[in-house]
Design a protein around this ligand. Structure first.
Ligand SMILES: [Zn+2]
Length: 266
């Protein structure tokens, strides 16, 4: 019960903070606070940290535990699993956290680009996230659970099986969540010279535009270096993306969006 109350308190303060920041630094000045589909995105905000998180953890457990037993030769306890193993798991936690963030972001870049934006089957999963035409902090939660499950498995399976300690990134998780919300916020922040070092709201908002307005660019979650290296970096100076969404008809109901990846005839 305390966790639920705590969640709503955090959500309330996030709502107040992002509303004030978006008002002061708006990239799209005409976007309203209670814009179209805000109730749907608010529901995602309740669904993904609870049911979505459970599905993600259950999937990771089902996939990783049998592989862990095969690789390590023993059934993991909560403690042994969190500690990692071998030379990689023996490194200082801060060093492991940096390594995990860099490798996971590299894997995430290619998963995002070559799987979710290239394969029609996987695009239908990811299209749910891109379907918001009113991109703001609240829209960041609009993610199909399969999107989250695949994203987690592609980096967690190799990293855990090579011995890295999952607990090493626990301390930075709140910052990663906040960073994810900020990426989608309706603000005109580019982070100046740091735009090439860390992904900014403007950097990611270009990713959410349609193809003729910069879409299919800026796939990195954290480090734009991947986009710079692989030719997908796009941040024209002095311009802000204006139109978001996709070129197909996405259902406007939660149920319709959950079923969308399973619809035939794309
Ligand atoms: Zn995308």
């Amino acid at each position: 019960m305390d966790k639920i109350i705590g969640f709503f308190i955090v959500l309330f303060f996030l709502g107040v903070a992002f509303t004030l920041i978006e008002k002061r630094f708006a990239a799209n000045k005409h976007k309203k606070v209670f814009r179209k589909s805000w109730k749907l995105d608010f529901f995602y905000f309740l669904f993904n940290p609870s049911v979505g998180e459970f599905l993600k953890k259950a999937s990771a457990f089902i996939v990783i535990v049998p592989l862990y037993i095969l690789v390590v030769g023993e059934i993991p306890t909560e403690e042994t699993f969190q500690q990692g193993f071998g030379p990689l798991g023996a490194q200082p936690l801060w060093l492991q956290a940096i390594q995990i963030l860099v490798i996971a972001d590299f894997i995430g870049y290619w998963t995002h680009r070559r799987l979710f934006h290239t394969s029609p089957r996987y695009w239908k999963i990811h299209a749910v996230h891109h379907s918001s035409e009113n991109l703001d902090w609240l829209a960041s939660a609009r993610l199909h659970p399969l999107n989250e499950i695949i994203n987690t498995l592609v980096f967690a399976v190799p990293l855990v099986l090579l011995g890295w300690s999952p607990i090493s990134v626990a301390s930075v998780t709140p910052f990663l969540i906040l960073h994810g919300l900020m990426l989608h916020a309706n603000v005109n922040w580019t982070y100046g010279k740091l735009r090439y070092v860390i992904s900014s709201p403007v950097f990611h908002r270009w990713h959410h535009t349609k193809i003729n307005e910069g879409g299919m660019k800026n796939f990195a979650g954290l480090f734009p270096i991947w986009d710079i290296l692989f030719g997908t970096f796009y941040m024209p100076k002095g311009q802000y993306p204006q139109n978001f969404g996709i070129d197909e008809n996405m259902p406007e109901s939660f149920k319709g969006q959950m079923l969308y990846p399973f619809k035939k005839n794309l």
